[in-house]
Design a protein around this ligand. Structure first.
Ligand SMILES: C=CC1=C(C)c2cc3[nH]c(cc4nc(cc5[nH]c(cc1n2)c(C)c5CCC(=O)O)C(CCC(=O)O)=C4C)c(C)c3C=C
Ligand code: FE2
Length: 486
């Protein structure tokens, strides 16, 4: 433990000794000192961050933070810094910047499967059904037994909350050190279809006394069915709770080409290539080159036809990863070493969705005696689509059709590269002081949009600096033309 933490605890102990016995007992029953530390690198700097706090009845009264930064010497040896500076801040525990991590969410146990599916199928931004509220419930109920089995096979629930919590805690610490002027930062989880839902996050933010908030999508690629739905739901929930003007908002709406994100996927792909080569040798096929199968969650063709940006942004990430791999392997980006293909998984229902399907491509490769590495590309952590659909179902189809070796590239989860990337995305956003991270893209509605009201779609409420996009007027004429042309 560092000296600052020691001195807080020492003073705290002295105070306790000096206090009358009755007071001491009250304090001892309610106060808990705690301290933690975290180290990370940025450029040539090693940052070590310590935090100590006293907690009373679950309310942290004062947080004293100390962080040191040290420059690496020429041998990159972090243990012997060339120079070192120490900053001490005494700051109130009230978060100055809230970061709301928006994601789909997932059931944490088997009993949550049906409510999760009910919320999902009731959402007109993800799927439009006739008599939605009734049909959504019926479809969810019918689907529940099969989906429960899938979650049962991966340990009884989705790990998405675990990973989002871990990523959030880690980026808070990095941001507090990297951006002291906007600290303390606190992350809140706002899931769309499972606890903790967005309304819980807003209540917690209100009771924490937060006023500045960033809506940070955890989907790197924008789709009206994912980030669009989460943002629409955020604006709607604020309205329902009478909190429209309570927080000043800015939004990070997508990050498909962020260098750290691309690098994190590439780094996991490199590890998968290494694992493939080792295993291929053991199997007596040392010179075997894998086909790299990028797999993203599919999307209904109806959504794609309206102009949803998701497929194009996924393709951009895939190309950037292949280029980065070439650069890391010392090849020009035009010289491909591996064959690669982008496929789509997790189609739901009978209507057409994006193709080729991952399972069809892997089956075809197996029949051609080829082997592959599957790279999940649209998510920042593990969940049912990786742990069940790829690791169990796809692996099974590959084997059944004669593939000798299929390796899955690891999900990003707690990889320090993705954590650093996420912190950098928020930091860059804070520095930019923009209310929307990609204003032209975000405010450009899909040309075939069928949202009749346009009440929430592609808007931002109470943006920082009073700028940004306000709710737009309905465009009935244009809507009709597009509908008639279809
Ligand atoms: C009903 C239509 C659906 C669309 C459109 C859709 C788009 C979409 N989804 C993700 C990411 C995830 N989806 C996940 C689960 C999931 N998705 C749908 C339906 C649609 N998704 C369902 C019904 C389910 C539940 C599982 C099932 O019933 O098969 C998950 C996993 C959640 C978890 O386990 O934690 C993710 C992640 C994206 C990126 C996307 C479009 C761009
Ligand atoms: Fe989905």
């Amino acid at each position: 433990m560092n000296s600052l933490s020691n001195s807080i605890l020492k003073n705290y102990n002295l105070f306790l000794l000096a206090a009358p016995k009755q007071t001491r007992n009250i304090i001892l029953n309610n106060l808990q000192p705690s301290s933690s530390s975290l180290s990370f690198h940025n450029n040539n700097q090693l940052y070590t961050y310590y935090s100590s706090s006293l907690t009373c009845n679950n309310t942290t009264s004062t947080t004293i933070r100390q962080y040191t930064s040290s420059t690496k010497n020429q041998n990159n040896d972090e243990k012997q810094p060339l120079s070192s500076t120490t900053h001490n801040d005494i700051i109130p525990s009230k978060p100055k910047t809230a970061i709301v991590m928006l994601n789909l969410g997932g059931p944490q146990n088997l009993d949550e499967v049906e409510p999760f599916l009910t919320r999902l199928f009731s959402d007109r931004d993800i799927i439009k059904l006739p008599f939605q509220s009734i049909a959504g419930k019926v479809i969810a109920k019918r689907r529940t037994p099969a989906v429960r089995k899938l979650y049962e096979a991966i340990g009884g629930g989705s790990p998405i909350k675990k990973w989002t919590t871990l990523q959030g805690r880690a980026i808070e610490k990095i941001l507090d050190a990297r951006s002291p002027e906007t600290a303390p930062h606190k992350t809140y989880i706002g899931f769309r279809y499972a606890a903790p839902l967005i309304d819980r996050a807003l209540e917690e933010m209100k009771s924490d006394g937060v006023t500045r908030a960033i809506a940070f999508t955890q989907y790197p690629h924008y789709s009206c069915t994912t980030t669009g739905s989460s943002l629409n739901n955020l604006w709607k929930t604020l309205e329902q709770k009478g909190l429209e003007r309570h927080f000043e908002w800015s939004i990070i709406d997508r990050w498909p080409l962020h260098g750290g994100f691309v690098n994190a996927i590439t780094s996991n792909l490199e590890k998968a290539i290494e694992a493939f080569n080792t295993r291929a040798k053991e199997l007596g096929m040392a010179d075997e080159k894998p086909v790299i199968v990028f797999s993203a969650h599919s999307l209904p063709m109806k959504t794609v036809e309206r102009g949803d940006p998701y497929p194009g942004e996924i393709q951009a990430t895939v190309q950037a990863v292949m280029d980065r791999l070439a650069v890391k392997e010392g090849r020009p980006t035009t010289s491909d070493k591996y064959a690669s293909i982008l496929c789509w998984q997790s189609k739901v229902g009978p209507l057409p969705w994006l193709v080729p399907k991952t399972v069809d491509i892997v089956t075809q490769l197996a029949k051609e005696n080829k082997n592959c590495i599957v790279v999940p590309v649209a998510f920042t952590s593990d969940h049912i689509e990786t742990l069940s659909e790829i690791d169990i179902e796809l692996q099974h189809s590959a084997k059944e059709n004669g593939m000798r070796l299929m390796i899955r590239s690891e999900s990003l989860n707690d990889n320090p590269l993705i954590i650093d990337a996420m912190a950098d995305i928020v930091h860059q956003h804070l520095v930019s002081k923009q209310s929307i991270s990609n204003p032209t893209k975000y405010t450009f509605k899909c040309p075939g949009c069928i949202d009749q009201s346009h009440k929430y779609c592609r808007t931002i409420r109470n943006p920082i600096g009073g700028g940004g996009q306000q709710p737009q007027q309905q465009q009935p004429q244009q809507q009709q033309t597009i509908t008639e042309n279809k």
